[in-house]
Write a protein that binds this ligand. Structure first.
Ligand SMILES: *Cc1c(COP(=O)(O)O)cnc(C)c1O
Length: 446
């Protein structure tokens, strides 16, 4: 049975102040998991998790991870700036840009200047990006009124795509050959040489081959591949490789029958490959980095929504006050999210429902043909595992508004960490047009 981290009573009390729908997060769960992750890789002195900000860009949650020693993996200018703000916490002694990884793709040139200015580690998705970084650095120097000496940042990284099919022992596979990311083997060799010529001294390699793996073998298998590549790159180009970034992809058990990954087993599997491949090559100083999003946050968030309509046609429907704009994964990928009817945790699942949102889109269903206890109007539905790629994937289709985000703190109190969007926020980009002043905000309650 999948566990809920709040009680019906806690939700009822919270809902008096913060109307549903909302995402709620579990501080204790986030902290305990982050600690387990750090422990699993503690054999590697340079280890760092760079939390993938796209999974959940709430600064309060990012700050919890910062306190656990994490850095941040960004792929856009606003994510960089947000991460910079979180890392500027008063207790951080000196700003350390290397706690930010910039793993973008299809990157607008000017974003490299923002990353470089912050001292973030730039992870190049493609060999053509070398020229873009060059342009960005030249422009940046000009803006600052100085002559550019032609040197790139001291530390840079490149993203690798091995192509073909990536298969592991237990049926897990994906198709890197069809993925838009990373460089080919020959390109990464060439890119390393180009970067070396431009003054780069410390190199990293990165790859992300399979998403949401529920297997303890994914990271070790990927590490094996990347460690072999690291040895080859160091031999052939003479550069110093200072880190291997295993990126994201470690999955979580969305379904009750899924087996959870054991991060200790994963860490140990990576250690074995390290001892087997890197240490004999004299590369025992390489740091391991990860960029997990889902594994760090997914299970520690839930979308709480109220059943507000029921409909009996060819099927039985329960309509909620949330929609795919609050949680897109079911509509976008047909992803499974477990649902618990709060207060009915132990009731028998006697009914079969489609649980829907209100978008004028037939894929706006949180669950299809789901066996659940009988749902009454006003029941709170707890949609599990929305901590990653949940709120952050939100959008405004049908003029639906983004929900609030709440944090269940370690002392049991609930704090609002982002207010709900209002119609004023939604219409703000029309301010200055003749229509804006004619909008009847009063009837929208804002
Ligand atoms: C999405 C992404 C991640 C995080 O992936 P998860 O599956 O959430 O762990 C990490 N790195 C990059 C570059 C990504 O695009």
């Amino acid at each position: 049975m999948k566990k809920v981290f709040v009680t019906k009573e806690q939700i009822e009390k919270a809902a008096e102040k913060f109307p549903t729908p909302f995402h709620i997060y579990d501080e204790r769960g986030i902290r305990e998991n982050a600690k387990a992750v750090n422990e699993a890789f503690s054999w590697n002195p340079g280890y760092r998790e760079y939390f993938a900000v796209k999974a959940n860009a709430n600064p309060y949650l990012m700050d919890i991870l910062r306190q656990c020693g994490c850095g941040f993996d960004c792929s856009s200018a606003p994510e960089l700036v947000l991460s910079g703000a979180v890392l500027e916490a008063p207790e951080e002694k000196s700003p350390d840009g290397s706690r930010i990884m910039f793993s973008s793709n299809d990157t607008p040139e000017q974003e490299y200047a923002i990353a470089a200015r912050m001292g973030a580690i730039i992870n190049l998705d493609d060999i053509t990006m070398v020229a873009h970084v060059e342009n960005a650095l030249r422009k940046m120097a000009k803006e600052d009124g100085r002559e550019w000496d032609g040197r790139f940042p001291k530390t840079m990284s490149c993203r690798y795509n091995p192509g073909g099919v990536f298969a592991m022992s237990n049926d897990y596979m994906d198709n890197p050959g069809e993925a838009k990311y990373g460089m080919t083997h020959d390109q990464i060799l060439q890119a390393f040489s180009m970067l070396k010529e431009r003054g780069v001294e410390e190199f990293g390699i990165h790859a992300f081959l399979v998403s949401n793996t529920t297997s303890n073998d994914y990271y070790p298998a990927l590490a094996g591949k990347l460690f072999e590549l690291a040895v080859e790159l160091q031999d052939k180009t003479g550069v110093h490789i200072s880190f291997v970034n295993l990126s994201g992809g470690v999955g979580i058990p969305y379904r009750p029958e899924d087996k959870a990954n054991d991060i200790r087993v994963i860490g140990e599997g990576v250690r074995r490959k390290y001892e087997e491949i890197l240490v004999p090559a004299g590369m025992g100083d390489v740091s391991i980095y990860t960029e997990m999003g889902r594994f760090m946050m997914g299970p520690y968030g839930a979308l709480v929504t109220k059943a507000i309509n029921e409909k009996h046609i060819y099927k039985e429907y329960i309509g909620t006050d949330a929609c795919a704009a609050n949680l897109m994964r079911p509509a976008m990928y047909g992803a499974y999210h477990h649902i618990t009817v709060l207060g009915k945790e132990n009731a028998p699942c006697t009914h079969v429902y489609d649980v829907t949102g209100s978008l004028c889109e037939n894929n706006d269903k949180f669950a299809v043909d789901r066996k659940l206890p009988e749902i009454e109007m006003g029941d709170y539905l707890y949609i599990h595992d929305t901590g990653a790629h949940g709120f952050s994937m939100g959008y405004n289709y049908n003029a639906k508004l983004r929900s609030a985000e709440l944090l269940l703190q370690e002392d049991g109190s609930i704090k609002e960490i982002r207010r709900a969007e209002t119609a004023r926020d939604y219409f703000a980009t029309l301010d200055g047009t003749p229509y804006y002043n004619r909008l009847d905000f009063r009837s929208l309650g804002c």
